[in-house]
Design a protein around this ligand. Structure first.
Ligand code: ZN
Length: 112
């Protein structure tokens, strides 16, 4: 696996994918919380998200909110937003745990 022969082709593929994403890249993202427009954001890896052509995300310079923009099929975009929110929530919880240096069991009382 991963023969050197394939390298040129793979680089071309990456360049093509990058060009495609650049073409979809919006000029600016607008923060949903405070409506600040900003252009300092990154393309996100969407290879594992069905129906999504490209996604961009950055941190709002005004309020620190994470701003995301998905490009693709309407339903896929809606699903991706939900999936991303779940992932971000889990990540922030995990990060919080590790920053304290303590292991806190993930056990929230959700049901009543
Ligand atoms: Zn904001």
């Amino acid at each position: 696996m991963g023969q050197a022969k394939q390298r040129g082709t793979q680089e071309q593929r990456i360049a093509q994918a990058k060009a495609k994403i650049d073409a979809l890249r919006p000029e600016k993202l607008v923060c949903g919380a405070c409506k600040t427009a900003f252009s300092d954001f990154d393309a996100l890896d969407t290879r594992n998200i069905a129906g999504i052509q490209a996604a961009f995300g950055g941190i709002c310079p005004s309020c620190g909110e994470t701003v995301l923009s998905f490009s693709g099929e309407k339903d896929a975009v809606a699903n991706a937003m939900l999936a991303w929110q779940d992932a971000m929530e889990n990540e922030s919880k995990l990060g919080k745990q590790s920053s304290t240096g303590e292991h806190v069991p993930f056990d929230e009382p959700k049901d009543s």
